[in-house]
Design a protein around this ligand. Structure first.
Ligand code: ADP
Ligand code: TRP
Length: 320
């Protein structure tokens, strides 16, 4: 089964990205034909600072490798290293109804937040469809927020096949319903665009500072507290064993246990959980040449598949 997914390098990756996406990506390399890419063309819709973009791409690759993505098992590449995707996006855009894109909530949300819309932002789901269809992907593991984009992709693929004959593989989304939305330090969905993230590769000191900023109510240490629903406890759930969780819950309920202490426990857990990955990342960062070679190899493997699909598409629509 071919798996494919992408992640935007529009900021530093965080716990939400890890538990909501990256962890599933890395798991699927074990028994699937897996393709993962850093969606730098997509990031351009929101990030117009070249140096930052380059930096975030580098960081995202290091993060994936450090977290366990194995380039011998999965293909990892940079989206823009396979420019064929933009040609496919154009062809697909000629059969994508405006209404389909106008209904996309991620676009509507950005508009509602006052972000000036350009054509790229509007056409974003078409490029995403091209990403998926170019590689004949069968399964696309994504977070819940991407469900609609996958429906758009399926719709476009079906339209194409209907108009030009069976050419494209219609993919399916794989949404891990067990991964609840990871809350940010303010309790809203953790997201780069809300400035409420916890970054797993931040320095120990930064991480401590971020944990300290997790929003809680102002009850005193002495007061008994209901752990369910409090941000620190919700985040702790991602890391702790059942016993550790019960233990923290009991302390909160008994009183005499403050948020400060719980935040320290969370901080220690994050460091422990990502300990190996943090050390590995430090090593990898020392060898940018090796990382670049991994990307080059990934691009050439991805490109071979892309060129075959694009040829099929060109022929189907009459460009050849
Ligand atoms: P961000 O909101 O920080 O910009 P992206 O939209 O780039 O994150 O998301 C990348 C991947 O991480 C997507 O598959 C998305 O579903 C997942 N993801 C992002 N934030 C969360 C979260 N808070 N909880 C669970 N999954 C998340
Ligand atoms: N839009 C996705 C996100 O923000 C990233 C992405 C781009 C993607 N192209 C993709 C995900 C193709 C899966 C498949 O998370």
């Amino acid at each position: 089964m071919r798996y494919l997914s992408g992640i935007q390098p529009s900021g530093i990756l965080h716990l939400g990205n890890y538990f909501g996406a990256i962890r599933q990506h890395i798991r699927s390399q074990e028994d699937h034909d897996a393709y993962y890419f850093i969606a730098d063309y997509h990031a351009l819709t929101t990030l117009k600072e070249p140096e930052k973009l380059r930096g975030y791409v580098r960081d995202a690759v290091l993060d994936y490798l450090a977290l366990g993505l194995d380039p011998r098992k999965a293909v990892i590449f940079r989206q823009s290293d396979v420019p064929e995707v933009t040609e496919l996006a154009w062809i697909l855009s000629t059969l994508t109804p405006m209404g389909l894109l106008e209904r996309c909530t991620s676009y509507k949300d950005k508009i509602a937040k006052g972000i000036d819309a350009d054509h790229g932002l509007f056409a974003y789901p078409v490029l995403m469809a091209a990403d998926i269809l170019l590689y004949d992907a069968q399964r696309v593991p994504v977070g819940k927020d991407q469900k609609q984009h996958l429906e758009v992709t399926r719709d476009i693929a079906q339209r194409f096949n209907h108009m030009y004959g069976e050419t494209l593989v219609v993919p399916e989304a794989e949404i891990d319903e067990r991964t609840a939305l990871v809350p940010g330090i303010d309790g809203q969905k953790m997201s780069k665009s809300y400035g409420n993230t916890i970054e797993m590769f931040a320095t120990e000191k930064q991480l401590k500072k971020t944990c300290g900023k997790i929003v809680t109510d102002s009850r005193s240490v002495e007061e008994p507290k209901e752990p369910e629903g409090n941000n620190v406890f919700e985040l702790y759930k991602l890391f702790a064993s059942e016993t550790e969780l019960q233990d923290m819950a009991a302390r909160f309920r008994a009183g005499g246990y403050g948020y400060g202490e719980a935040k320290m426990a969370l901080h220690a857990k994050i460091l422990e959980y990502f300990g190996t990955a943090r050390a590995r990342r430090e090593e990898l960062a020392k060898d940018p040449g090796a990382v670049e070679a991994i990307l080059r190899d990934g691009a050439s493997r991805a490109r071979a598949v892309a060129q075959r699909t694009l040829e099929r598409v060109r022929r189907a629509v009459g460009l050849r």
